[in-house]
Design a protein around this ligand. Sequence first.
Ligand code: FAD
Length: 394
Amino acid sequence: MTSPADRPAVQAAAPRVAVLGGGIVGLASAWALARAGCRVEVFDDDPGGGASFAAAGMIAPTSEAAFGQEHLLAAGLASARLWPDFARDLEHCTGASVALQSTGTLLVASDHDDAAVVQRHTMLLDRLGLASQRLGTRAARRLEPALSPRLCAGVLLRDEHSVDPRRVVRLLLAALGSLGVQVRPTRARPLLAAARCVGVVTEPGPGRPVERVEADAVVVASGWSARDVVLPGLDLRRAVRPLKGQILRLRGEPGLLTRTVRATVHGDEVYLVPRPDGEVVVGATSEDVGVDTRVTAGGVHELLRSAVAVVPEVAELELVEATARLRPATVDNLPLVGATGTPGLLVAVGHGRDGILLTPLTAQVMTAAVLDAPAPRHAESLDPQRFAAERSPM
Ligand SMILES: Cc1cc2nc3c(=O)[nH]c(=O)nc-3n(C[C@H](O)[C@H](O)[C@H](O)COP(=O)(O)OP(=O)(O)OC[C@H]3O[C@@H](n4cnc5c(N)ncnc54)[C@H](O)[C@@H]3O)c2cc1C
């Protein structure tokens, strides 16, 4: 647990920072800023209730690698390397375990066409110099005996992790509490005056009047809804869009699987992420349907059908939860993290499918941007200015 001696000394001149959004990105940025000595307040009427609530928690830059996405891959690899220290610091600060799982990812395929997809991915990893280990079906089943004997192809990616994002959010809230950072249960928007950001204006609520809160820096970390924040010079509506994901939580005895399994099943992608307590997360749909968080029969059916084809025993697990949330996607699949061009106003939005993976790197980049310190590597590719209103996207 954080003792008073561990707490950063907050100087009277320390910057006051308002963070709009208490998802994993906003909370981790707030925590990093508070540890760097800033006076931080977070604003969110439902902290942890957005995309971070749904996320499976794969920290999986190599399984997510795709042609033409080299910047995202480089940022993802860098952030994955930061995760063990990030988890350790959070454990030190809260006295609770993050339960980071570092057992890797197994890629499998259900027929020969699917095997070709897995093979193409492995060739891409080879070309990028990223380690993968090809396994026969038998070797894959020796690692994970619950896999269906009908699968073909197996590839082991050893350097990937997973984590329960809900647990991380809980611990970040506890860590912020121990540093005296308030999370105020209200939404807010940036307050601009004379072409700079001078604080935030809270949304009115029952018995809660509008309030103006001064800040030296405001960080917009409000996930997909950042697209509704009107900023001078930065076109967030063009940059960010909601991308629906449906996901299931199942429960059985611990040990059905020991690592994340990602499969291509007759052309459909599915993943199964096991937790140490017996939970198995099955995800996820990817639907470009605007602002819609309904769980549909078709979405649940599709996920369960694919998951049972990969691990037949999934049919025996208890279906505990079906959830849908909106990923904050961007047109170039990279988040926007850093200064906006309006003094005092920064953004950390647009983390798409990879917000859990990219959290530690985002918190570092954001801290450097607020304190005007040298930017960490990879910060340049996340620069929000690529969506400056008068410029075209990359
Ligand atoms: C089904 C699914 C599975 C996923 N799996 C993975 C995975 O395995 N690995 C991975 O890396 N990523 C995964 N993701 C992506 C990941 O969840 C997101 O990229 C990440 O959670 C984004 O975090 P965030 O804090 O930016 O947004 P959010 O978690 O959406 O948080 C935004 C917050 O802002 C608040 N807010 C909105 N407007 C305002 C306002 N005006 N003022 C104040 N607060 C406001 C909201 O209440 C919310 O709490 C998955 C996403 C989905 C949907």
